[in-house]
Each structure stands twice: as C-alpha cells, then as structure tokens.
Design a protein around this ligand. Sequence first.
Ligand SMILES: *[C@@H]1O[C@H](CO)[C@@H](O)[C@H](O)[C@H]1NC(C)=O
Ligand SMILES: *[C@@H]1O[C@H](CO)[C@@H](O)[C@H](O)[C@H]1NC(C)=O
Ligand SMILES: *[C@@H]1O[C@H](CO)[C@@H](O)[C@H](O)[C@H]1NC(C)=O
Ligand SMILES: *[C@@H]1O[C@H](CO)[C@@H](O)[C@H](O)[C@H]1NC(C)=O
Length: 442
Amino acid sequence: MATKLRRFPLPRLLLILSTLFFVGQIAASLPWIESNQRYVDHTSGLYPVVLLPGSSCSQIEVRLTDAYEPPSPACEALKRDGRWSLLYKNITAPDAEVPCFADQLRLVYDGDYHNARGVETRPLYFGSTRGFLANEPADRELCMGKLVEALEQAGYRDGESLFGAPYDFRHAPAAEGQANRELSRFRRALRALVERASRANGDKAVALVSHSQGGYFTMDFLRRSPLSWRRRFVKHYVMASTGAGGFVVSMQFFASTGNSSSSPPSPATAMSLPSVGRTLPSRFTALPSPMAFGDDTPLVVTRNKSYAACDMSAFLAAAGLPPDMVRLYETRELPVALNLGAPLVPVTCVNGVGVPTTEMLVYRDGLDGTPEVAYGDGDGVVNLASIVALDKVIGGHPRQEYYRSVRIANMSHRGVVSNPVALQRLVGEILVVTSVEDTRVM
Ligand SMILES: *[C@@H]1O[C@H](CO)[C@@H](O)[C@H](O)[C@H]1NC(C)=O
Ligand SMILES: *[C@@H]1O[C@H](CO)[C@@H](O)[C@H](O)[C@H]1NC(C)=O
Ligand SMILES: *[C@@H]1O[C@H](CO)[C@@H](O)[C@H](O)[C@H]1NC(C)=O
Ligand SMILES: *[C@@H]1O[C@H](CO)[C@@H](O)[C@H](O)[C@H]1NC(C)=O
C-alpha cells in the first residue's frame, strides 16, 4: 500500500481511491473533492503530525511514594524505592500481584478523580509513538501501529515530524467548571508538544490525528485552547472512529457488570476488573447521547421498561449505579456530550460503516442477565446515528469552515487504522492540504 503511495502522485491516487469508496452522504460533493483539493508538495517538506490512539493503547507507568498504603503486605514490595515501573500493560508481573495492580489502577473521587493515595502515574514516552506501540503484538493494529508504518513510508519520522500523545485513558473530559487535574495536565503537555513539533518543522502548523477515545481527548483539548492558538498551530484535525453521540454497546458495561470475564485476571487485564472499571470516569464517555439518538429510540429494553438516550440516568439507576454516581454522570460527563461543539479548525472525520453494530439490547430477565442484541449499521462499535450526527454537531456549526465526513464501506472500528484499504484513505486525508477557500460549510 505504501509503495502505491510512492508510485502514484497523490492527486491521482486520491482520485482513484475516491472512485473506489463510498464517501457517505457527501457523495454528491465528490466532483468538488476531486477537482478542488490540493495536496502536500513533498518538496517543501511535510507538516508535523501528532497521533492520539484509542482506549487502552497508552502505557501507564507507576511510582509509589511513602504515603501508599498497600492493600496487603505482599504489595509492599512493589514500592521499589520510588522507581517508575510499568503499571499498564504489564504482561510479565505474576498473577499473584493482581490485587496490587487493581489497587493502583483504580481511581478515587473526592471532588476530582485521582489515584489512590501515594500512587503517581504518567503515560510512557509522552511525545513519541513508541509508548503506545509497546503493547503486545495483537494490539499494534488497534493502536495505530499500521498507521505509523504508513506515515513512515510517506516520509514521516518519529520524534522529528511524527509525534505521539499517549494519555491516561482511565480519565475523561469533564464539564466546564469541574475540577479535572488530569485533563488539565494533559492539555498543557499536548499544547507544549504541538508547539515543539511546529518549531522543529519550520513553524508549520500541526495535524492532529485521533482514533476512537483519542477523539474525546482531542475535542476537549481543542475546545479549551484559545481560538487564536488553534488557528496558529492546528492545520487539520483528522478524527477517526469517533461519533458525535457515543454508542449503544457502552451501556452493556453497566447492565452486566457481574461476570463477563471467563479467564482468571492477570496484572495485564486488571484494568477490566469490576473493582477497577467501576471507579473510572471514562466508562461514561461513550454513553449514547441525545445529540445522536432520538427521544423515542429504545436502546435498552427490559420486560417492563425501555430506555432511550434521554433516559440514561434512569437506566444507570436501574442498573444499580449508586445515586451519587448517577449525579456525577449528569453533572460531569453528560454536559460534555451535549456540548461537544466544533473545533473551528479544519476537520475531517473518517469512519467505517456497513458493519453489524449493537443498536438495541433486550434484557428479558433483568439487567443482570444476558441480553439479546439487535444489530444496525455502524463500524461494529459506533452506531451510524452517532457518525451521521457529526455532520450536524461539527459540520453544521456556523463557524466551522472546513469539514469533511468520509465513510468507508464495510470497514470496522479498528479497521479504519489498520486495514490497508482504509489506511490509504486515511493517510490521503492526513496529507490533504486544507485550505478554506476550497471548501464550504457542510
Ligand atoms: C511489571 O511488573 C513486575 C512485577 O511488579 C515488575 O518487576 C516489572 O519491572 C514490571 N515491568 C516493567 C517493564 O516495569
Ligand atoms: C463467574 O465466572 C466464573 C468463571 O467462569 C464461575 O466459576 C463463577 O461461578 C461465575 N460467577 C457467577 C456469579 O456467575
Ligand atoms: C419493572 O421491573 C423492575 C426491575 O426489574 C421491577 O423492580 C419492577 O417491580 C417492575 N415493575 C412491574 C410493574 O412489573
Ligand atoms: C460491502 O459488503 C457487502 C456484503 O458483503 C457487499 O455486497 C458490498 O459490495 C460491499 N461494498 C463495498 C463497497 O465493498
């Protein structure tokens, strides 16, 4: 695929590609895409790219201070004299250490989310793509490994023109006015990284590229950076596999927390233990939002009640979430979903469609049973309704000038960043020169 990128001049390649692919509902504007877009002139150098991977891709290091109170004496040894070591995803630690890892991965809420006392964490290799590719081989597809390869074939180099922004995916953007030290820290670090990437590349503005959960972190970052800064430093934002209104399958996590894992937990899988997962704000991020799902579209159906996106609080309560946690969702996470907004820098959304995607969960025997699943269109994770809502939420914003929505037929959530066919398309979009006079509000 990468050799093809070299063999064909880009405009021609893109022309060929756009005849091969179904480009969502903007198909009507295809002639405009083909004739008016311009592409990077490679002789003048590439503009820098910063990648934000999806959930569970960033690696997290831990350091324990004297204040740490281990849940058992066996965990005491992990203090390691205050040295950093790998907390997630540690595939070499013995299974006996599962309770220690779970204790260090859980979050505590007391007006803000933070680690347990005495636990310090940081993403591994911030600034580089190495951190989120350090995972076991199976995760390289999901974690942008193939995209990094494709960008390297196009001439990008890690640390020179290509950068990575790993983040603590246990956390989540919160409503304006809510304390959120972790996200504030991340925004500061990302802002400095973008400025450094720009300086290192002749002061060119930077392209941000996210996958899945990385989209929520990027949207939060852009929305809370001054508009003048955005316009100076962000050339293009390419958001892959993130909808504007979450997805239905995320509700399943709340309904059947009981016993999903069949194999015994290891330190590498401790993140998915209920004792950890139940404490993480990120589990609320992708709950279906009324921005995408209609008030009379049932998403979860039980024997005597059905829940639409606007009934989310009632659903969470019925699923056994304590009232203070439901309130936290309502005050901290829901407003983010309702005010997603538009970044007001050039945006291209790239999503897979045409893959069976959970559209409704039917619980005949109560919310702790096993649901029957009704499937609809989407990328296998994100529902089509959520993908379509991007056109309204971002594209429909009166001040959002450049906006494109690219839908790739028969392409899965992870396929968008790993399938060779999708990668050609995605890399093409990343290399596109976005100039406002070529575009119009969608
Ligand atoms: C993984 O955990 C084990 C046991 O706690 C530790 O000895 C090891 O250093 C960790 N791995 C890394 C890469 O830090
Ligand atoms: C949970 O799963 C384990 C292993 O599959 C099984 O032994 C146990 O009985 C299950 N517990 C419940 C409450 O279903
Ligand atoms: C409806 O379902 C809930 C939860 O299963 C149950 O508590 C309630 O009694 C049911 N109400 C009726 C009228 O059946
Ligand atoms: C998508 O898959 C369906 C079913 O396999 C097939 O009929 C259709 O031609 C495919 N579309 C594209 C654009 O590949």
